[in-house]
Design a protein around this ligand. Structure first.
Ligand code: AMP
Length: 281
């Protein structure tokens, strides 16, 4: 699965000396992220610093390793690149593509909700990225707004790639929401790639209305709403019937009946509203 370039970036022995470290971009559960510049090429990247002690504490060394390998092998315009990694005694450094636009979550909180054009463009980008992943048998990427970044042109980048352990733990410490999980997952039943199609329905709703559809006071209530698929559409902001149709065809309890990724791409709401370049201004 790995391309020659991916192998090269790992074979190449990077070290902290190769980078000029800039401002901190954010803080995650396992460490911090900095903007950095590769000294020779002046290429700007994001350097994610993970403390080995934390990885050992949570016993996720093997998973982290496997997921780093997967992310390095993925090449898609809507998936954040992992160029390579290196480590010293205490830390692991991930050399990541820099997403200049920051978190989509930030944009959503600032504007409360997105226009149908913006929402459709992001849903199309996500669908294309997921179709690429499903082809490679990679499923259940923890897609939710805080794990989606934007590049300098406003193009969406899935940044949590393979970081399900990290993201889930992060979310638990934040508020433990179940909001993005499909019914088969909250009920602990076997699940497959169709969990991603469900999440696309959740995100489409949240992009258009500013809140996820099954939000509730407590986890138990969210759980109940998810398994009942207790879906209703607020009267404001006004959205088109086509948008509601797409959401209703994704938030289907029987996972085999959810709209396929191919059908999402061909859906009239997407065709009418999405910018195929993936660029949102
Ligand atoms: P994380 O540890 O992945 O949750 O990252 C913490 C925060 O750093 C994120 O919420 C982003 O705001 C920021 N961040 C992470 N990766 C990048 C990146 N590649 N480019 C820009 N900002 C990033």
């Amino acid at each position: 699965m790995e391309t020659q370039k991916g192998q090269e970036s790992r074979r190449r022995e990077w070290s902290l000396r190769d980078f000029e470290i800039g401002k901190p971009l954010g803080k995650g559960k396992f460490g911090r992220v900095y903007v950095a510049r590769e000294a020779k090429s002046k290429y700007i990247v994001a350097l994610k610093v993970i403390f080995k002690e934390q990885i050992e504490k949570y016993k996720i060394q093997h998973q982290l390793r496997r997921e780093m390998e997967i992310q390095t092998s993925l090449r898609h315009p809507n998936i954040l690149r992992l160029y390579g990694w290196f480590h010293d005694d205490e830390r692991i450094f991930l050399i990541l593509e820099y997403a200049h636009g920051g978190e989509l979550y930030g944009l959503l909180r600032k504007t409360n909700y997105l226009s149908e054009e913006q929402a459709a463009t992001y849903i199309l980008s996500l669908t294309q990225a997921l179709a690429y992943c499903h082809e490679k048998n990679v499923i259940h990427r923890d897609i939710k707004p805080e794990n989606l970044l934007l590049d300098h042109e406003g193009r969406l980048k899935i940044a949590d790639f393979g970081w399900s352990v990290q993201s889930r733990s992060k979310r638990q410490t934040m508020c433990g929401t179940l909001d993005y999980l499909a019914p088969e997952m909250v009920e602990n039943r076997p699940h497959d790639y169709a969990v991603d199609n469900w999440t696309l329905g959740i995100l489409c709703y949240e992009f258009l209305y500013g809140i996820p559809p099954f939000e509730a006071e407590s986890q138990t209530d969210t759980f109940k709403r998810i398994i009942k698929v207790d879906l209703n559409f607020p009267s404001a902001p006004q959205t088109s019937a086509e948008a509601k149709h797409l959401i209703t065809r994704l938030l289907v309890k029987d996972s085999s009946k959810r709209l396929s990724l191919q059908r999402i791409m061909e859906h009239p709401w997407i065709v009418k509203n999405a910018d195929p370049s993936g660029i949102c201004k």
